[in-house]
Design a binder for this molecule. Structure first.
Ligand SMILES: [Mn+2]
Length: 343
């Protein structure tokens, strides 16, 4: 975990900025880190990063449009040289807060104030909450941490107040799959998979929301979120059932491919891993040009590195038990061959 001094430094960087711009990873941990910091200082704009694996040059346009005096990058493992160079030239200070192992070269990292909790790897949300320790944001911090399968020390306090949302003593992986907090994580992850207009509306609502009930209750502000959740939850449930129907119980690998309008490999693979803890789970979303893969298992990171080693344009990484990878479609056969090889 970061030291108190490092947390103070981030706080100083935040408070020194009149017009901060936050780039956050497009998932619940990224979103909650942003919300917690934004709510604490009461100013700033947020943009979800959709480029993978790094924050790419295309986002320089956002910087030019919003003209911030400081940039904060949240929960993103990699930063592209093009983006870092362009921002350096503009003279805008960058603060980068993350918890993943990074492959970004040192000379690029040094263009930023870099804070990383790796290898203990507490989620970015956890770091964000520890900067200001605001009790009114505790519920958002719990959602963000559980989204990254991490049980924070402040969960106990939350469980005392909301035992029906997060039973005391529950394991984080079980919390993600069988508690109301887990449902809220999926609601927000699915809410992020919506049109930009709807995502902006959701984020603005969350600037002011006071408690879990403000999300769980259907009202004029949460109507779209609930609608999106039930649509995507149906798709998700179907994909999980389909994956299980194609699965040989004696095989150590559960490999599943799907396509459609929405990529939700992280959610599907999390669920499958929860139900089949002893297997290696590989879920692949096929796009016309590339395949997005989520891998779960005891040795997911080690296996991911092996599976993409001989594929030049593939990228992949993440945590010990949970990774993501991108494979060009032309190399997908090689990737499948590699799966057979490791069996
Ligand atoms: Mn994260």
């Amino acid at each position: 975990m970061l030291t108190q001094e490092q947390l103070n430094q981030i706080r100083e960087n935040l408070e020194a900025s009149q017009n901060p711009l936050f780039f956050f990873d497009n998932d619940v941990d990224g979103l909650m880190s942003f919300l917690i910091l934004r709510r604490a200082i009461g100013r700033g704009k947020g943009v979800a990063i959709k480029s993978f694996p790094d924050l790419k040059e295309q986002y320089v346009r956002k910087v030019e449009e919003l003209n911030p005096d400081a940039i904060f990058i949240l929960d993103k493992a990699e930063l592209s040289k093009e983006f870092a160079d362009a921002i350096e030239q503009k003279g805008i200070p960058m603060t980068w807060i993350d918890h993943h192992e990074t492959k970004t070269p040192k000379e690029i990292i040094e263009k930023t104030s870099y804070f990383n909790s790796h290898p203990s790897s507490e989620p970015t949300t956890y770091i964000a909450q520890k900067i200001f320790n605001r009790q009114q944001d505790l519920w958002l911090a719990v959602i963000g941490c559980i989204g990254d399968v991490y049980m924070p020390d402040f969960a106990e306090k939350f469980s005392e107040e909301y035992p029906e949302l997060l039973p005391k003593g529950i394991e984080p992986f079980d919390a993600l799959h069988s508690s109301e907090i887990g449902k809220m994580v999926r609601m927000l992850n699915f809410g992020l998979m919506d049109t930009i207009t709807n995502v902006v509306t959701l984020i603005k609502y969350l600037f002011k929301a006071n408690s879990p009930a403000d999300l769980l209750e259907e009202n004029q502000y949460t109507k779209q979120l609930h609608k999106r959740y039930s649509q995507l939850n149906e798709f998700y449930t179907k994909q999980v059932a389909k994956a299980e129907s194609k699965f040989y119980p004696e095989s150590p690998v559960l490999f599943y491919t799907y396509s459609g309008n929405t990529s939700m490999s992280a959610e599907i693979s999390n669920k499958l891993y929860h139900k089949h803890k002893d297997k290696l789970i590989i879920v692949a979303f096929i796009r016309p040009e590339k395949v997005n893969v989520s891998i779960r298992g005891e040795k997911a990171l080690e296996t991911t590195k092996k599976l993409i080693a001989n594929i030049e344009d593939a990228t992949g990484g993440g945590h010990v038990e949970a990774t993501g990878a991108m494979i060009p479609i032309d190399d997908f056969e090689t990737f499948k061959e590699n799966i057979k090889q490791i069996l």
